[in-house]
Ligand binder design. Sequence first.
Ligand code: FAD
Ligand code: NAI
Length: 469
Amino acid sequence: MSENNFDVVVIGSGPGGYVCAIRMAQLGFKTAIIERYSTLGGTCLNVGCIPSKAFLDSSERYHQTIHSHAIHGINVGDVSLDFPKMVKRVQDVVDTTCGGVKYLMDKNKITTFFGHGSFKDKNTIAIKTEHETIEIKTKNTVIATGSKPTSFPGMEIDKKRIISSTEALKLTEVPEHLVVIGAGVIGLELGSVYKRLGAKVSVVEYADGIISMMDKELGRNLQKVLKRDGIDFYLSHQVEKVENTGTAIKLTAKDIKKDKALILEGDYCLVSVGRRPYTDNLGLENIGISVDERGRIPTDKHLKTTVDGVYAIGDVVKGTMLAHKAEEEGMFVAEQLANQKPHVNYDLIPGVIYTWPEVASVGKTEEELKANKVKYKKGSFPFKALGRARASEESDGLIKVLADPITDEILGVHMIGPRCADLIAEAVLAMEYKASAEDVARTCHAHPTYTEAFKEACLAATDNRPIHL
Ligand code: FAD
Ligand code: NAI
């Protein structure tokens, strides 16, 4: 096989693309990966999951140092913020993590091309760099081109004062007043970062609740805590216009319940109203692929597009826009190509919001069960009743377990509280093995740990018999 002929070419090096490439190489395929930016790792590693979590962690440490140590008997003197250093640490984490992906590509003998990939035909990919365009040949292609921030009419993300998450992760100053549009995942995570660093934060949301894709009880609880911590919410508000006035922003919205105008002035406006699949200049028209009404590449249940030998995964196809979903799909396509029988359980993709308290969820919400007329029973356990939570002064939140009233099989688990981002893994595993609430309740959990709250919620769901409530 000549040097530039491949079994598989992956376009895009985010968590979908690079994981897929590694699995392909492990399975013996001659693999190449193409990335249009100069670093590997995609949205997730460069401007998404990794920098946002690094920032959340740094800002939480700063906030705790000022607000949470005294109760433990630790008196802290003057605390100051070195914001440029904080931002630099975030970038250092990104650089190391992206460098790690390049190391993994080399280790697995995956050929890396930096440049914009586009289909010339289904077996020929053109790669355009600043200086030249080269062509490579492939038997199979995996499109993993991800997504970009979206906006809405009446407002342009100018990247200066009207910004997306990408710019919000690289500001050179802490805003005095950050106005956030959208009380979804990005708005609340990055809103929390800047609130903790001292900004006034106002969140304007169209829906009548926050994180409206999750179980409503979680949204109500999270809003209560974030409001207590000083974030202002304007729910049921339709944003009509945002202007950059040079040194500030001016947002005009309408209260859709009271038909009343709202004007907010701030120094930055973070637009976090969702993301759109990214297929710009990919040459899809050259191979006869049309995107759907939301810009996504249609695929069948094997993640094959309408063209033989061309697959698509991650944010660019239907489903939740999450890194771990993209990774699962990357593994799936690779193993399928190797004639294995992989499976992605789309019902059990966990969702996590890394605010503090953290929010995490898997399976059906109460609202979904009600809408589908599915009978269920529930058990809840509040963290304030847990010894481990009291020991750490982390008693906000609860874990709720929804189960089938006859078989006791767990149908959904919804949690808000300390370390829920990690706690949800036990629920996913239990549900993957179709555990009943009683199965979990009869499993020994180490004491004192936050995991006991899940056991207690399962005891509550089993037979309404929690021990510590
Ligand atoms: P991407 O990561 O978007 O990667 C696609 C890559 O393809 C990009 O590098 C792009 O440059 C490249 N590309 C596109 N077109 C071409 C082309 N024609 N030629 C060559 N290269 C191309 N998800 C989580 O699960 N957990 C989180 O905590 C989390 N936090 C997030 C925080 C923020 C601020 C944001 C914005 C997103 C976050 N996400 C999180 C979502 C997560 O980043 C995405 O779901 C994930 O990155 C999708 O992976 P992907 O491989 O499909 O695409
Ligand atoms: P989102 O879909 O989470 O939230 C968007 C919010 O904006 C919704 O509440 C919506 O009602 C609201 N909205 C939409 N249009 C509006 C308007 N005109 N005026 C007021 N409100 C409006 O989108 P977000 O936060 O931009 O995140 C995009 C995606 O990135 C997420 O869906 C998620 O998949 C991914 N992500 C995941 C993270 C995680 O897993 N922790 C962290 C950050 C992003």
